[in-house]
Design a protein around this ligand. Structure first.
Ligand SMILES: [Zn+2]
Length: 272
């Protein structure tokens, strides 16, 4: 599942392809990708719309249209965008096809079919309930410390709750906790202020680092097979390193399961 830094890279890859382009027609081939709308209405609401910007809120990719409508897409597990020239044939699992005015097609492929699209003018609750963007000035240290102080949940759970702290999936939550030297099982409100401050900085560092390291992700919209999100070249400090020596102290990395998801940590560096 792509995490926020990967989605940020998809947005950056999409931008030069679609901004300033007009959607000539929009073909919804698989109804479940856009559950709230009929196929003809999907086309009607997008047809002849100029795409003025592409952005992101959390992991929602937002296509802003001149009409005031916004097309939101969530990639979920395997959703991908591909940009095709006229002579390229459709890749497998091409569930939505946008015909653009430069004769290209922007295709949404999704093998697992969990990806979702939605058209709106007023942002729905699933967007407005999200916590502030982690790299924006709205995600302040005060906000973070206040949020921790109100929760008895283990830190790892809280960090994954997108309505409290936005942008950390399983990998980056685990990495941020390791960098900060904080135990993932500690109750959020028990964390001291200096340690909370350190965790706050590490969350931003981990996300920034992942966004800056984008060159290791292969997001190529022109690749019909859309092989992006291959993160095997990435170096995780603790993630998926059970039994290996800690990069800091050499102690063996442990794996535990919290709410059905693996947490990796160093029992020595992350005592409390
Ligand atoms: Zn260690």
């Amino acid at each position: 599942m792509p995490e926020l830094p990967e989605v940020e890279h998809v947005v950056r890859a999409l931008s030069p392809v679609v901004v300033g382009r007009r959607i000539v027609a929009a073909e919804l081939n698989l109804k479940r990708i856009a559950p709230g709308i009929s196929r003809p209405a999907f086309d009607r609401q997008l047809r002849n719309s100029l795409i003025t910007a592409v952005g992101r809120r959390g992991k929602y990719i937002l296509f802003h249209l001149e009409s005031g409508h916004v097309l939101a897409t969530h990639l979920r597990m395997t959703g991908k965008f591909v940009s095709l020239t006229v002579d390229q044939s459709l890749p497998p699992y091409a569930h939505v096809v946008f015909y653009l005015d430069d004769e290209r097609r922007l295709v949404f492929c999704d093998m697992r079919q969990f990806g979702r699209m939605r058209i709106f003018t007023k942002p729905p609750k699933e967007l407005t309930s999200l916590a502030p963007e982690p790299l924006s000035p709205h995600f302040t240290e005060e906000y973070f410390i206040e949020t921790l102080s109100r929760s008895r949940r283990p830190l790892k759970h809280l960090l994954l709750d997108q309505t409290r702290v936005l942008g950390l999936g399983n990998i980056y939550a685990v990495e941020a906790l390791f960098l900060a030297g904080v135990n993932p099982m500690t109750a959020a409100q028990k964390l001291s202020k200096p340690r909370a401050r350190r965790l706050y900085l590490c969350i931003r560092d981990v996300l920034k680092e992942a966004i800056d390291a984008g060159s290791t992700l292969r997001i190529d919209l022109a690749d019909g097979n859309a092989s992006y999100f291959e993160t095997s070249e990435r170096f995780w400090r603790v993630y998926e390193r059970e039994g290996e020596p800690c990069v800091r102290c050499g102690t063996r990395i442990r794996r535990i399961v919290q709410s059905g998801r693996s947490t990796y940590y160093c029992p020595k560096c992350q005592k409390r």
